[in-house]
Write a protein that binds this ligand. Structure first.
Ligand SMILES: Cc1ncc(COP(=O)(O)O)c(C=O)c1O
Length: 384
């Protein structure tokens, strides 16, 4: 017998499709892979140099559990200055963002508590809720409203067992970005119903023709919000496993204890690289953002030129989430496109019931690869 909660956790669909794509590539087939959620850029050199310097300086031992004070200071400064979140270094836990999601739900959720999760949304909120003993309750993000949250739908999802509302803006997989007014409406609901908000701001820097707003900056929200952020997407640092959590004192204490008995601390020299990322020149972030925007414009325009494909212009992150007018579910469609057209995306159903009919393509790839993907998607659809 095994742990029932752990056994109930499904494999990540993105990882399943990445593995499938890799299998075909290993057979010598040229696959355009637009599955993984990671920038295709190298980590900027000054950040890598800071890690090398830290290694040379012998920064190779355990650090304090919540992270080195210099990095927590830098994160708190950024939260206050850029996001208007009134955090001090005591409110910061340095940890990979995904660990932050895990800790936050472990800390907040009691057996049977309900967690409202946008549908569609990133694949890990549901399993982390289940593992904490909670129940994920999907709240529709509506395609015909540009994947905005319908506040009435959110309201109707609240029950006496609701504990947490998950907010992810910019959103993976839709690319939707909540306005300040939408955040305020969610904040009002959270305050009126005494709920927590788990705000995943990891795509904060990747917004196009709009701005990012942190819900924890709104009045009365700091004390009921756990904000997650990190270096992976903004600084092309997915493999470094570095991010942070901002939370009020009591829940922060619990998350630190969780970290003390699991990870202990984030990798020592990587934390020094984090300081270089936050405190160094931010031109690298803007350069990558501009390139993502050019790729978005090219790819989404190309998708909309293919018969049977409709794609909204995403306002953030680096995913296109087109709808396909085909007589097949999104899993079968993604498999067909992979096996017969050699272009890999992630089926929309992996992100929730409302993702059905869509395939997520990451446009964190070169223009050449994106051009090839468009040709292949068109050919793949013509085969049906
Ligand atoms: C919405 C969202 N949150 C969190 C994460 C986890 O980020 P990291 O890999 O830096 O832990 C991801 C990664 O894809 C994501 O898309």
């Amino acid at each position: 017998m095994y742990n029932k909660r752990a056994q109930a956790i499904p494999p990540s669909a993105t990882l399943v499709f990445s593995a499938e794509a890799r299998k075909l590539a290993n057979q010598g087939i040229d696959i355009v892979t637009l599955v993984a959620g990671e920038p295709d850029f190298d980590t900027p050199a000054h950040i890598t140099e800071a890690a090398i310097e830290a290694l040379r300086a012998g920064k190779t031992r355990y650090t304090p559990i919540p992270g080195i004070p210099e990095l927590r200071e830098a994160i708190a400064r950024k939260c206050v200055g850029v996001n208007g979140i009134q955090a001090t270094l005591d409110d910061v836990l340095v940890t990979p963002t995904k660990m932050g999601v895990f800790y936050a739900l472990q800390a907040l959720v009691e057996e049977g508590d309900e967690v409202i999760i946008p549908d569609p949304s990133w694949v890990s909120y549901g399993p982390c809720t289940t593992f904490a003993g909670g129940v994920g309750v999907p709240a529709a993000l509506l395609c015909n409203r540009g994947f905005c949250l319908d506040i009435e739908t959110l309201k109707s999802a609240i029950t006496p067992r609701t504990k947490v509302i998950v907010v992810n803006s910019p959103c993976n997989p839709t690319g939707g970005v909540f306005t300040k007014e939408e955040n305020q409406a969610i904040a009002d609901l959270a305050i009126d119903n005494d709920l927590w908000v788990l705000s995943d701001d990891i795509y904060e820097k990747l917004v196009y023709d709009t701005t990012h707003n942190s819900i924890a900056s709104l009045p009365g929200m700091f004390e009921r919000t756990i904000t997650l952020n990190g270096f992976s997407k903004a600084y092309a640092m997915t493999g470094w496993r570095l991010g942070w959590v901002i939370a009020p004192p009591e829940v922060m204490g619990i998350m630190r204890r969780l970290q003390s008995h699991s990870l202990t601390c984030s990798t020592s020299f990587v934390q020094w690289a984090g300081i270089a990322a936050l405190e160094g020149c931010q031109d690298c972030v803007e350069d990558m953002r501009v390139q993502f925007q050019q790729r978005r414009d090219f790819f989404v325009k190309g998708l909309n030129e293919i018969a049977g494909v409709t794609c909204r212009m995403p306002k953030g992150a680096f995913y296109a989430f087109p709808a396909f007018d085909v007589d097949m579910n999104s899993n079968d469609l993604a498999l067909h496109l992979l096996k017969n057209a050699h272009v890999a995306g992630t089926p929309g159903s992996a992100f929730g019931a409302n993702g059905e009919g869509h395939v997520r393509f990451s446009y964190a790839a070169s223009m050449e690869e994106l051009g090839k993907a468009l040709e292949r998607i068109e050919k793949g659809l013509a085969m049906l």
